[in-house]
Design a binder for this molecule. Structure first.
Ligand code: CO
Length: 493
């Protein structure tokens, strides 16, 4: 018997030093600096602001954060108008950032394992959280919200990026209450646009607070729906998805043993541990104004795997379909590892999978949508909660195998067709933001904006692609070096 040889995976084409060179401190804050396209031209119809959030401070007094997620939040804004662009950036003036700027060293423990100086004794029993406001930035009413899921949002001025301070959203939140960094923007399934979001109080039983805010018009920011639902088990919930009738959560099969955290040996997030072979659960909470409003939540067994981010969800007859980026296991940086030297080959890759949740039978069936390593995926804003033909995401350059994200992909979710734009070998992409063309007829008509780490320049480029074809429209070489970031959003002018 002969066995067909398995084709070897193509070798990776990147230089780890290029990827790691993005981990640095941001040393300047720019205000409305004009930037021009070094290649191509900025589309004149592109009118509005791209806001990005991510860690901007990764080292103090020679001590590096243990994980970049412990870096202080810094907002980057690019304003587009009439074919021109202006760049601003500001650190979020959190209480922790101010105090550490003054002290010149870390004063707080980081959730992802950064210790205070002084060893375990200095860290033990210090369970204060440093709200670093570094995960996402969205516009709600007359303010920007810099989000960090374990505590209150920070409010910022949308033009100057100045920090107004912690906000409880007109008394909606209790001080220190968890408020997700992953709101979903309902384009108008119940009339006007809404920001739907949640907060989790995790424990042996976990409570999800589901909130809906008016997102447009003079009442933007007003709370219009609010409910709390308790579920058995510890819930680590970073993201969720919405449909017109449901808020869809995936509770990963993860346990939390807080002892090493309490004793000062590990960060809180390092105490999350997956249970191999265990199944997570989908938790479906009816939205108040949907067809099942007021009914109890539904629980369905989930397939194996770990999920940070979902792409989108929608309803198909009696089923809810949800597309998620699934890892074989919970990826974490161990206590003795240096995040800049992570071996991509040895950590699980994220793969886009579709799960169909049959609400009548409770049966869940899952199919893979792409074999390419991916993260940070989105559908056109008007298709949030509905079936979408198109999605854009950050992917690896290689077709298979885990690597840093170096390319952007448009995926046809019906035909499977892929269109790519690549920054390889020296560029590294971030979360793409799809911006619809004003008045567009086709759902994929618009642009994709992306901050790319340019390893050759050791600085950041803003890349504008045509969303339908993924053809490059313009590259703006920014006078700023922005570390690998997290999430961001587009606000039309
Ligand atoms: Co996220």
């Amino acid at each position: 018997m002969t066995v067909a040889p398995v084709p070897a995976a193509a070798p990776s084409a990147y230089d780890r030093a290029d990827w790691a060179s993005a981990f640095r401190n941001v040393s300047q804050e720019l205000s409305d600096v004009p930037v021009v396209a070094s290649r191509g031209a900025i589309p004149t119809e592109l009118s509005g602001s791209l806001y990005r959030n991510g860690p901007g401070r990764l080292e103090r007094a020679g001590q590096w954060v243990h994980h970049p997620f412990d870096g202080d939040g810094m907002i980057t804004a690019l304003r587009f108008e009439a074919g021109g662009a202006r760049l601003s950036n500001r650190f979020v003036r959190t209480e922790g950032w101010r105090a550490e700027e003054q002290a010149g060293r870390f004063l707080h423990r980081g959730v992802f394992g950064t210790p205070k100086p002084g060893g375990p004794l200095a860290n033990a029993f210090d369970l204060r959280l440093k709200n670093i406001a570094n995960t996402h930035v969205v516009r709600l009413g007359d303010q920007l919200l810099a989000l960090w899921e374990a505590s209150s949002p920070h409010a910022l001025d949308p033009v100057s990026l100045e920090t107004r301070g912690l906000t409880l959203l007109d008394g909606v939140l209790a001080p220190g209450e968890a408020f997700s960094a992953h709101p979903r923007f309902d384009p108008g399934h119940h009339g006007s646009p809404r920001m739907v979001t949640f907060g989790v109080k995790a424990g042996p039983r976990s409570t999800i607070r589901l909130m809906e805010f008016e997102a447009a018009g003079p009442d933007a920011g007003r709370l219009i729906a609010d409910s709390r639902h308790a579920f058995p088990g510890f819930a680590f919930l970073h993201d969720f998805a919405i449909t017109p009738n449901w808020a869809v959560f995936l509770r990963n099969a993860i346990d939390f043993n807080p002892l090493p955290y309490v004793l000062g040996l590990k960060g809180a997030a390092q105490c999350l541990k997956s249970r191999p072979g265990a199944r997570g659960e989908y938790w479906l909470i009816p939205r108040r104004d949907g067809a099942f409003g007021g009914q109890p939540p539904r629980r369905l067994e989930a397939p194996e795997g770990f999920v940070f981010h979902h792409l989108n969800a929608w309803e198909d007859g009696g089923a809810v379909v949800i597309d998620s980026i699934v890892y074989a296991d919970f990826p974490s940086v161990g206590p003795d590892q240096d995040f800049r030297e992570v071996d991509f080959e040895r950590i699980p890759e994220g793969l886009l999978e579709r799960s169909r949740l049959d609400l009548a039978t409770g049966r869940v069936t899952t199919t893979r949508l792409s074999e390419r390593t991916c993260e940070f995926a989105m559908v056109p804003p008007a298709r949030v909660g509905l079936e979408s033909r198109h999605a854009w995401m950050a992917v690896a350059e290689r077709e298979r195998g885990n690597d840093p994200l170096q390319a952007l992909m448009k995926l046809d979710l019906v035909s499977g067709e892929q269109r790519l734009w690549s920054a390889a070998p020296r560029g590294f992409v971030s979360e793409p933001v799809m911006v619809p063309r004003p008045g567009a007829a086709a759902e994929d008509d618009g642009w994709v904006l992306d901050l790319v780490w340019n390893g050759a320049r050791c600085a950041s480029d803003l890349v504008i692609l045509e969303a339908a074809t993924m053809r490059e429209q313009a590259v703006l070489e920014l006078p700023l070096a922005i570390p690998h970031g997290l999430h961001g959003s587009w606000v039309a002018a």
